[in-house]
Design a protein around this ligand. Structure first.
Ligand code: SF4
Ligand code: SF4
Length: 128
């Protein structure tokens, strides 16, 4: 499961992710980090089996988090199944089945936004 963490400037100085790893034993993978002078956002991947205890620990530490579910959505009425999104996505979110129908592993999305720019039909939306 992907979690989007939001840190204030003060929280950003605390090793919150390291504390959660130590407390839960969960293998957390940092996939994206965006740090500004007053706040920051970090996108992490957490094994599904550890998601509840990791969320509880972040809550305990006062770190805001949001579970990312269906982060990328496709308007099937607009999609022409050209495959451009398959080529551009770094996470292999999109794939064709044996009948050349497009499908999504939306849970793999890291919100980079590349697919929305590459889609000739503007059929994709990314929501954080
Ligand atoms: S790039 Fe757009 S139109 Fe092409 S397969 Fe992907 S979602 Fe469909
Ligand atoms: S936003 Fe990035 S990671 Fe997510 S589906 Fe689009 S290209 Fe892939």
């Amino acid at each position: 499961m992907k979690l989007q963490l939001t840190f204030t400037k003060k929280q950003g100085r605390e090793p919150a992710i390291a504390k959660v790893v130590l407390a839960t034993g969960a293998l957390i993978n940092v996939e994206k980090a965006y740090i500004e002078s007053l706040s920051g956002e970090v996108l992490i991947d957490v094994p599904d089996a550890d998601a509840d205890k990791v969320c509880n620990k972040f809550r305990e530490l006062g770190v805001d988090y949001k579970k990312l579910v269906d982060s990328v959505v496709r308007d099937e009425s607009e999609c022409v199944e050209c495959g451009a999104c398959i080529s551009i996505c770094p996470q292999e979110v999109f794939y064709f089945d044996d009948d050349w129908n497009l499908h999504l592993h939306a849970e793999k999305c890291v919100l980079c936004g590349k697919c929305t720019l590459s889609c000739p039909q503007r059929a994709l939306k990314v929501r954080a």
